[in-house]
Structure formats: C-alpha cells, structure tokens
Design a protein around this ligand. Structure first.
Ligand SMILES: [Zn+2]
Length: 274
C-alpha cells in the first residue's frame, strides 16, 4: 500500500501547470512533437527514455534528443533532465504480463506494450506519442478498439475504465494519449505554423543513414517524403528518394531495392566520397 501511495504521488494532472507531465521520448517525430506541444501549453515535462541495448538506433536516438534539447528553451514550459531507465530494470509484474499475453491472442501487439505498462505503474498518466493512424495498422489502437474504449479530455485520450476489459486497463490504463486525435498532416501543419522545422530536422527516423544523413530509401525515409515532410531530409537524401522511385516506376521494385543496397554499400561510399 505504501508503494501504491508513493506511486500516486507521482500522478501527473495534465491540465495543472504546477504538476509534472511524464512523457515517453525517443527522439522520433511523434514523441518530439508531443513534447513540444506540451511545452507550448506551458507544461513542465519530464522526458523518460528507455534504454534498450538491443535497439540498433539507440545511439542515434540519444544524439537526436541531445540536439533537440538545445532548441526547446524558448517554447514555454520547462523540460526536466531526461530520466533514463534500463529496460531490464523495469519491475516484473505477472498480472500485467498475463494481460499482455491475453491481448496478443486477439490482436498483433508489439512486445513494448508489456514493459510500457509495467513502467507506467511507476509513472501513472505518462504520455505516449501515438498518433491517429492514416490507414496503416496500429496494434495499440486495434487492441483498445477490441477490448476497451477511449475517452477524451481536451484532446487527450484516456482508457475509459467503465467500458474496458481488465486486460485493456492493465496494459493501457496508466498511460494517456495527447496526440491520438492528430494525424501526421495535422502535426506537420502545426510545426510549420510554429516555425519549428529546423528543430524537427534533428529527429531520428532513418533506419540506415548514409554518412550521418537520412538514406532516402528506407521505409521511414519514404514515409516522411510521402507525408510532405521533405524538410526533414537534406537535398542529397531527397535526390536518392527520387532516383529510387524513378527506378521503381520504370524498371521495377527489385531494381529499386538493388539501388538502395548499392548506396548503402562501402563501394558507393568509396566512389562518392573519395
Ligand atoms: Zn532512411
């Protein structure tokens, strides 16, 4: 009970300026946009970064966040120093892990939702950067749709405990969703209106950067271009994207894949940069 009381003390109240809003931050588009939005609402934001050594992009995410932090000072609100938590140190919880397994029987749900729910017990109300899907599958939203219900307060989504299964409450009940009603297009519009394209240029999204800049051909790079987020890719990366698509349209998918493989190879680097 004592530990429960201690947890409750950490509860963030989203609309109270004096309280701390905990957010999961990865340095990617969604979570960075969410952090900026909360700052613009004058919130005191506590970013939580979960260290997963198995994640190939870890170093890039850390670098992206360090760079972004340099530009957040004049937005309003306050960013507290990032709390880093090792994924292996998140407390086990059998009930939550069983609920995760139960949800997995009904819908394809990423393994992160097990540890996110366990960590959210210690940071109740922690904000997750899940956007409104634009046609693509979202395991999180599919699970909520099948086993529970969201309610909204000032655009922030919460699990409706009166109309959700215990499994749904166990997994999503301690998190909130401040950007779940926004599409990527809505967010791009805001970022442009706020004049923060330069800040967002530092986010991490490319799976396989070439000499430190986005490759232009991996799926996340393509998605950014498709969503009119060209400003995130330097001209060189945009050119690679255009070549990739020209090859795909005129010769075929497998040739475009070969082109992508080539530009990621040491051979390409040798001729390109020597
Ligand atoms: Zn890429």
């Amino acid at each position: 009970m004592d530990s429960l009381n201690a947890m409750n003390k950490k509860i963030c109240v989203l609309n109270d300026k004096k309280t701390i809003t905990n957010v999961f931050w990865t340095g990617g588009w969604d979570s960075t946009y969410m952090l900026i939005k909360l700052l613009k609402q004058n919130k005191t934001v506590q970013p939580i970064y979960v260290i997963d050594n198995g994640r190939a992009s870890r170093n890039n995410e850390m670098l992206a966040m360090a760079e972004i932090l340099k530009h957040l000072e004049n937005l309003g609100g306050e960013v507290l120093p990032i709390v880093q938590i090792n994924i292996n140190e998140i407390k086990e919880n059998e009930e939550i892990s069983n609920s995760y397994k139960n949800l997995c029987k009904k819908v394809r749900l990423g393994s992160q939702y097990d540890w996110i729910a366990r960590l959210a017990l210690e940071y109740p109300g922690i904000a997750m950067g899940i956007e409104k899907p634009n046609g693509e599958f979202s395991g999180c939203l599919a699970a909520i749709e099948k086993t529970g219900k969201l309610i909204f307060k000032d655009g922030v989504g919460f699990i409706d405990v009166n109309h959700s299964s215990q499994d749904c409450i166990n997994i999503f009940g301690n998190v909130c969703f401040p950007i779940i009603e926004l599409t990527e297009t809505d967010m791009v519009k805001d970022i442009k209106e706020w004049g923060l394209e330069k800040v967002m240029k530092n986010i991490w999204f490319c799976h396989a950067p070439i000499n430190g800049i986005p490759c232009g051909t991996c799926r996340p790079c393509q998605q950014k271009m498709e969503c009119k987020m060209n400003f995130l890719l330097p001209p060189k990366s945009q050119l690679r994207y255009k070549i990739f698509h020209l090859i795909e349209r005129t010769i075929g998918k497998s040739s475009a894949k070969l082109y992508s493989k080539f530009i990621h190879s040491h051979y390409f680097h040798f001729f390109h940069y020597n």
